[in-house]
Ligand binder design. Structure first.
Ligand SMILES: NC(=O)c1ccc[n+]([C@@H]2O[C@H](COP(=O)([O-])OP(=O)(O)OC[C@H]3O[C@@H](n4cnc5c(N)ncnc54)[C@H](OP(=O)(O)O)[C@@H]3O)[C@@H](O)[C@H]2O)c1
Length: 383
């Protein structure tokens, strides 16, 4: 039995992870589940999976959960402070840490888990985007592994299995469905509503990543994530509306390997949980008889300018990733709350990047400082 700690268990990736766990109940037991406010779903998950520990970030939600737990005979300990959470993450029962919370709020626990040599299954791309260099060098010292469960990066990992010579890889091609506005007229982008932006045609995901998919900021973050994961600079994006091919690796002999499956996060999650073995994911298989066409096209950088920001940030390095990410998190939240228009998201991020000083990153605090300054500046512009 492998012991799992799932950070963000009440979210879309967290729930899919627990679905895979329940299909493989003989292989995994739950050590820790965490969330922000959703105490009622957490209670259901406690009843079903019997974790040793749970943690809720929000103190009011902690109180509500405690009241509910007191009515039962359940033997789960509710952690009430960040220190307690860090202690449980570091102990021997957290063998595998699934990082499935949203946003840079995941950075502290992810860093702590890497510091203590844990095997990380990474969905929380924001943390890795802003601190990839630091997390990679720390993991090489502590023996921690950072294993992708983002579908594109899982696909690349699968295509690279058994590849011994890194020089034989000529490029990585990250596919993307194009989101809900792939074919919407650019002149109509000013009218996009939050409801439309979170209605992804293929994937069912949390609100933040759904908005990021619609602006293609998600693909921008994924390029940076791929850069840190695979240490390869030549990374392209290809639009593939059917969402069947999850990414492609091209080799120096011009051969390409791609990974295909239905768009269902349970597949990359099961790959990560079972690796190096394959375990049951509970996903459907592709019906090749009815699958008539797979189409690919180049992305439209005028329509989705956020895509350009990945290469610029990689060139700039240092705190540019933290500034980019924080401005995006603030803008997406403001857009979802109706405080700014859809087109303001990119405009404000570009403005904040333009006005910020990019500094070297020597430690985690440099990242937190850049994150804070970028948020303050973005909020000023939002006002
Ligand atoms: N969804 C996908 O298909 C998908 C695919 C690839 C990668 N990802 C990445 O995976 C991550 C999670 O995405 P998601 O779609 O699963 O998001 P989601 O549905 O919004 O779930 C987010 C989870 O994080 C928790 N959370 C939110 N704020 C928190 C905070 N400040 N501290 C601690 N926990 C917090 C939430 O708790 P509450 O429920 O209590 O709010 C919830 O459990 C993101 O980084 C995303 O980019 C997602």
């Amino acid at each position: 039995m492998k012991n799992l700690s799932i950070l963000g268990s009440t979210g879309s990736v967290g729930k899919s992870t627990l679905e895979v766990v329940s299909r493989n109940a003989d292989k995994f037991q739950i050590n820790l589940l965490t969330a922000n406010t959703n105490f009622s779903l957490m209670l259901d998950q406690i009843e079903e999976f019997g974790p040793k520990f749970v943690f809720l970030e929000d103190t009011e939600a902690q109180k509500s959960l405690l009241r509910e737990l007191e009515k039962t005979k359940i033997n789960t300990t509710l952690l009430t402070s960040e220190d307690q959470l860090m202690e449980v993450l570091a102990d021997n029962n957290s063998e595998i840490v699934v990082a499935a919370m949203v946003g840079v709020a995941g950075l502290k626990p992810v860093y702590h888990a890497v510091e203590h040599g844990k095997n990380i299954l990474l969905a929380n791309k924001e943390s890795y985007v802003v601190a990839g260099e630091i997390l990679n060098s720390l993991s090489s010292v502590t023996g921690s592994t950072i294993f992708p469960i983002d579908s594109e990066h899982s696909a690349i990992h699968q295509c690279l299995e058994g590849v011994k010579d890194k020089d034989s890889i000529s490029k990585l091609i990250l596919t993307g469905s194009g989101g809900p506005f792939l074919d919407r007229d650019i002149d109509d982008f000013g009218n996009v509503t939050p409801e439309e932006a979170i209605s992804h045609p293929i994937w069912k995901m949390g609100n933040k990543i759904s908005v990021d998919s619609s602006t293609m900021m998600n693909k921008c973050l994924e390029i940076i994530e791929a850069r840190w994961l695979f240490d390869i600079v030549d990374i392209e994006v290809l639009i593939h509306p059917e969402g069947i091919v999850h990414s492609i690796v091209e080799f120096t002999d011009n051969s390409m390997l791609a990974q295909m499956s239905v768009p269902d996060m349970k597949i990359p999650i099961a790959y990560g949980l079972g690796f190096p073995e394959r375990i049951i994911s509970g996903s459907e298989s592709i019906n090749l008889d009815t699958l008539r066409t797979l189409t690919f096209r180049k992305p439209d950088y005028n329509k989705f300018p956020a895509l350009k920001l990945a290469k610029e940030s990689i060139k700039e390095g240092g705190t540019s990733f933290a500034i980019l990410n924080a401005a995006n998190e603030e803008c997406v939240e403001a857009f979802l709350k109706g405080k700014i228009a859809y087109l303001d998201i990119y405009k404000l991020i570009a403005k904040v990047l333009d006005k910020s000083d990019i500094k070297d990153v020597k430690c985690l605090d440099d990242i937190f400082q850049a994150d804070k300054e970028s948020r303050l500046m973005t909020r000023e512009h939002i006002k």
